[in-house]
Design a binder for this molecule. Structure first.
Ligand code: HEM
Length: 415
């Protein structure tokens, strides 16, 4: 930890507990800051975070985990072909135009507002089932017993995959996070070989499970995400098997991780602010505002990585082609230059106060493909929980734990 680096505290226990104090200082002293600790530019002001999201020609999404692959010992690298494919061949959030546009157009079709409107009843029944099973737990935990299974059931439902596949999706997500996390946060060091091998095994199992579903869906198209990718409207856009796999895998990587922790964050803040909780109890349609405020107030996944595509300027700083850029949307969403009293959790606030609105779901071409389903699942989950448990409380003596990347680890409840 270099004291001269104002971003350094982000990797200390104190900074992990309260990164917002560190962001505040960074916004004040250097909103576009080169950090030796992170071997990356740290971008913290709303204005510059938005600029990075929108300027995809200057800040590329390709090759974000490439360094991890290149740092692997050659004998290990030779044994992880699917990891290499997934991390080196661009897909969705790791792609730039024009590859990105083709893949994105196919994944968003089944997630259009019209299609999602017809899914409300299904999401309500998933939430109702989970509240019943949570009610039977001796030590109910909102993440373990509710938001975690909900996120995976939702994503598998959208895919059109059977629920028995949940463990495969989960392992694929966690193995990838373990592999890429080592690089994204630390910078110089690569992932260890064991995490590469674990990620390969998870990818093989996931690919087999996905490809087993293709023949039936090729015969009988439906409204699922997999079916959409198998049947592009324009046959010139047809994806080969490798691209199908990495696009679906990219979707899985982006989906559950954020959504698992957004709903507990909303419930955590509501339970800490009883007057706001009462407002939502009295008018359940306010659950949507509570969810939106939670993703602003403690934005899941804190930052997105970009790689400078060219030598460029940002906020007076000179960024070199190839430099890593950590775009801290969580800090942008607390920037007092554009938000009134940003450190206050307030479900009545105007989320469009800054021109350009929240950056929680990203902006520009990579805007979250799952924002619609998240904004359905989160508020429905809150409303169902509050209706089923009128006396809900946080378990006594519990203190939040924040692993990195920042997410609530547990939220034990008294029902
Ligand atoms: C509260 C929950 C969520 C939040 C805060 C969130 C946030 C984000 C953000 C910030 C990005 C942009 C990443 C970048 O610019 O590099 C993104 C992309 C993406 N998200 Fe979400 N997300 C959430 C839930 C979901 C869900 C539930 C799904 C799927 C069902 C999903 C699917 C995707 C996909 C496929 C992308 C890639 C889009 C692209 O690169 O064009 N997200 N998300």
């Amino acid at each position: 930890v270099t004291l001269a680096d104002p971003a350094a505290p982000l990797s200390t226990p104190e900074g992990i507990r309260d990164p917002y104090a560190v962001y505040r200082r960074l916004r004040e002293v250097a909103p576009v800051h080169w950090s030796e600790t992170f071997n990356a530019w740290i971008v913290t002001s709303y204005q510059h975070v938005r600029e990075v999201f929108h300027a995809h020609d200057r800040f590329s999404s390709v090759g974000k985990a490439a360094r991890n692959i290149h740092l692997l010992p050659p004998d290990v690298r030779a044994r992880v072909p699917l990891v290499e494919l997934s991390e080196l061949r661009p897909a969705l959030s790791s792609a730039d135009p024009p590859v990105h546009a083709r893949q994105k157009s196919l994944v968003v079709r089944p997630l259009s507002p019209r299609r999602l409107a017809s899914k409300r009843a299904w999401v309500e029944s998933l939430c109702a089932d989970l509240t019943e099973s949570m009610a039977r737990e001796r030590e109910p935990d909102l993440i373990r017993h509710f938001s975690f299974p909900l996120a995976y059931r939702c994503i598998l439902g959208l895919f059109g995959a059977p629920l028995e596949h949940v463990p495969l999706y989960r392992e694929a997500t966690e193995a990838r996070a373990a592999f890429t996390g080592a690089q994204n946060v630390g910078g110089r060091q690569g992932a260890d070989p064991e995490s590469a091998l674990r990620y390969e095994r998870a990818s093989v199992a996931l690919r087999e499970s996905l490809e087993a579903l293709y023949p039936a869906l090729r015969e009988h198209p439906d409204e699922s995400v997999i079916s959409s990718l198998l049947h592009p409207a324009d046959s010139a856009k047809e994806l080969d098997l490798d691209e199908l796999f990495i696009t679906l895998k990219g979707f899985i990587a982006a989906g559950p991780e954020n959504i698992i922790y957004a709903l507990p964050t909303a419930m955590h803040e509501l339970l800490r602010h009883p007057e706001q909780l009462d407002m939502v109890r009295a008018d359940p349609s306010l659950a949507a505002a509570a969810y939106e405020e939670a993703v602003r107030f403690d934005t899941p996944n804190q930052f997105n990585l970009r790689i400078a595509a060219v030598d460029t300027e940002l906020g007076g700083a000179t960024i070199r082609a190839g430099d890593q850029v950590l775009n801290f949307k969580a800090s942008a969403n607390r920037d007092p230059a554009v938000w009134t009293d940003p450190d206050r959790f307030d479900i009545t606030r105007d989320q469009n106060e800054p021109e350009g609105g929240t950056v929680a779901f990203g902006q520009g071409i990579h805007f979250c493909a799952g924002a619609g389903i998240a904004r359905l699942e989160g508020p429905v989950g809150i409303a169902v929980l509050l209706a089923r448990f009128p006396h809900l409380k946080i378990a006594e003596g519990w203190v939040p734990e924040w692993p990195t990347p920042r997410k609530l680890a547990t939220l034990p409840l008294i029902l």
